[in-house]
Write a protein that binds this ligand. Sequence first.
Ligand code: NAD
Length: 463
Amino acid sequence: MRVAIIGTGYVGLVSGTCIADFGHTVVCVDKDANKIEALKRGEIPIYEPGLQDLVRTNAGQGRLSFTTALQEAVRVADAVFIAVGTPSRRGDGHADLSYVYDAAREIANALDGYTVIITKSTVPVGTGDEVERIIQDARPDAKFAVVSNPEFLREGAAIHDFKHPDRIVVGTEDEQAKKLVAEIYRPLNLNHVPILYTTRRTAELIKYAANAFLATKITFINEIADLCEKAGADVQEVARGIGLDNRIGSKFLHAGPGFGGSCFPKDVRALVKTAQDYGVPIRILEAVAAVNDARKRSMARKVASAFGGVLRGKTVAVLGLTFKPNTDDMREAPALALITALQDMGARVRAFDPAGMRQAETLLNNVVYCENTYDCAEGADALVITTEWEQFRALDLERLHNLMACPVVVDLRNVYRPEEMHRHGFAYSCVGRPSATAHLAEDDFPLERVISMAKVRARAPTR
Ligand code: NAD
């Protein structure tokens, strides 16, 4: 089968490459000529484990190619995926559908013979109807069907997720389109991946409901973590205690600095808006969005509390910038709000991330980017772990302690055990777990005292 993918970003490139790997002939289209030129040279514009090899293999075997010429790619295609961005619309939080509608217009002009247009972009309920109308208006003669096929892959594990999805959702009532989509995914069907056929509108809503539910789960455990801190309980044990209940499940119950990324924040906002437009506000999601936004910035206060609330003149080392490990994606990463808030409080910020620094440079000002973890920690008054990259999980704590001006670690991902950090002489705070000071009111036990105690312990000859 001949497939065109419109939009060669995180989703388009992964989808196109995996569909080529299934054996179909795929052309990935993007209007960004630099991106396409780089891909033609075998350079991958994003960081996604395993993608480079898969692109090279499929391109090498002639099943995968890249172009800016949308018309030519669409004209010969049996199926055309729309995988362009649907960011938040500036001002009101609705999904900005201008890229989808522009793509629909361009596709319409190029249609030749029966073609299935498959929306993989995350789009609000009813968008497929509008795409259909745009194409019909532009090309009343065209034979086509518009299908919703939302994507559930996670950045960082995108290839695995595309090839081993929990389910494939196909929204269409057109029998010919159903057969064609089934043929595209046939290799997965052979592995008994469930395909859920439903209406287009239902499929569109499934994607938003899934992301909103997961975002709600994260926000729920984050607020339970805040309560744990005050009440002297351990959120990780609470999460385990509830996650072992099959009705709840253990995933997405890791307390942290708030959710970020290219999907959850914008999709929650868009669903809130859609629901308001339909006159059925989803108040739980309005709360999720507000709580999460406030949380990201409030993490700076956690750092400041180590210095009696005053950060002016302090140097803070931030380890991890991307919204999660194994990606270079900085969209709405908690580190952005955290670093801005730290700077607003007068702190100097140094940062290191294994893949995100190139994107971060375009989004943040006055940050010193470092070569590696230890370079970042050198001379810092506090170190904040913001993203749980594998390489941050087994730091040389003694070396870290010696490098830092002040042994303060704020672990927003609960990577380390409080006892271990205290043993190494750190003033350590984390999220929702008892640590040296978490269960004590600040007045009772100022962190400055912990820090000076930690320094004294650190200087003791036992080391
Ligand atoms: P992205 O911004 O990485 O990529 C979009 C690409 O589309 C860009 O390269 C852009 O140049 C290109 N583009 C825009 N208009 C075009 C046009 N008319 N012709 C050709 N190319 C065009 O976006 P993404 O992260 O891949 O997300 C795409 C969609 O998939 C969004 O709706 C998103 O919500 C959804 N989604 C994303 C993820 C994820 O993890 N990133 C997961 C599931 C679903």
